[in-house]
Design a protein around this ligand. Sequence first.
Ligand SMILES: [Zn+2]
Length: 522
Amino acid sequence: MRNVRMTLVAASVLVLGPAVGPAAAQNARALLQAADNAIGASKVNSIQYTGTGRISYLGQNFTTTDDWPRVDLKSWSQTFDYGGKSAKEEMVRVQGNNPARGGGAGFPITGEQRSTTLVSGNYAWTLNAQGQPQAQNDQAELRQFMIWVTPHGFIKAALADPNATMTDREFIGAGRTLRVVGFTTMGKYKATGEFNAQNMLERVVTWIPNPVMGDMQVEIRYTDWRDVGNGIKAPFHAHMHQGDHPLVRGMNYMDVQASDVKANIESASLTVPDAVRSAAAPRVTIQTTKLADGAWLIGGGSHNSVAVEFKDFAVIVEAPLDDARTDAVIAETKRLIPGKQIRYVVNTHHHWDHSGGLRAAAAEGATIVTNELNKDFYERVLLVPQPRSLGPDRLSQFPFATTGPGPGKLETYRERHAITDGDQSIVSYHVDGFNHAGDMAIVYLPKSKILISADMGPPAAGTPVANVSPSSVALYNNIKRLKLEVSQHVPIHGNPSSNADFERTVGPAAARARPAGPEGGN
Ligand SMILES: [Zn+2]
């Protein structure tokens, strides 16, 4: 027991600074009450921000150290109903002048991309193009937490935590001392807030769970405070980082400037649609198709993997999404290829939806094959052994000792990597001239002439030339450059298709496409 207690104390010192104990709690309370008076937080039942700005696609950067790919918010509005624990966010995204480099659903944007995301207590949903609700209840907890890091929400939630603490923090260089309050809400989420001499909340630093980043740091800076009536003040400008890590200076996620802020509006409360209330929890589904002798497509979800049998071991191509998905892929591979160790997991690229299961691969003891561009990030961020308190996974719960023997190592390459036993082979090739990801690989199985690709199409057979994407043209050009003899295309998203169809559909588009410029423009 003593040991357990010591560990807990040490952990909270790390998070909240040295000022723990009853005095710190009293100081926190006094500061929070002064902060409440300063902005009228207790008087705010609901608040609506409307404006413009920019937002980024998290985990979809060109390389691991680039900033997130960014688009403009032609319009943005966010409504919080604190009593109802509900929030609604509406956005219209446009590409603007932002470089078309990186990934993300619908990126780069042609025209306008509209989205509405909602949360009410334990229910979360979005609206489809027809305005019908689509349940996203697995995201309710996180969306609800984000209500408590808004300025008024922060003060409400911190006042509700009897164990909230405070510490003075000297910002050397800036020449100022701020007071930092830390609190816990919803049983597990911690947040800290920096208050200035006028008791105004300048910045929130918090953590949210993420399969790649672990307890992922989120920073929100609130500025341009203005009176919005009835003794209530609100920040008209917010700047948010998500996913900052030791190898970069900062990862910009969102920057919004309000043109209008209204407190205590009539229509803030949300009604949970029946379809959302009764929606079943999403579960991991596995659907296996044999592709060739010793090669299986493991589908059933948004991302496929491929299991390949070698004489003495098994290999998985792609460990997507998260622990849950990849653990299911690992279990299916063991069923398909019994009694053989999964020696390698081949990664197509670093985007989080394609690398979120690499920790499960490491926990399994597999060697991860990836482009050398990812080496530092994978070794020093993705695979690091520090605790993941908000979203524990297999590797954090059953870590390897740092003194070894370690997990399967990383094998990196610049242009080409091969795994072979003389009969079966898997060859990863770096993809040239592709704006989506600088580390992108296509993965070729010479024996069965299968080519595995991610985020490059192929388009449906018969797609008109004008609608063939630059990504599919890049795939075509790389197949020609590498002189690969392909019979079957196996995409990470969607269904396998023949190379004959690919030639017919993409060939004319590739012939038409002009050579790419320095940005590979499209
Ligand atoms: Zn991608």
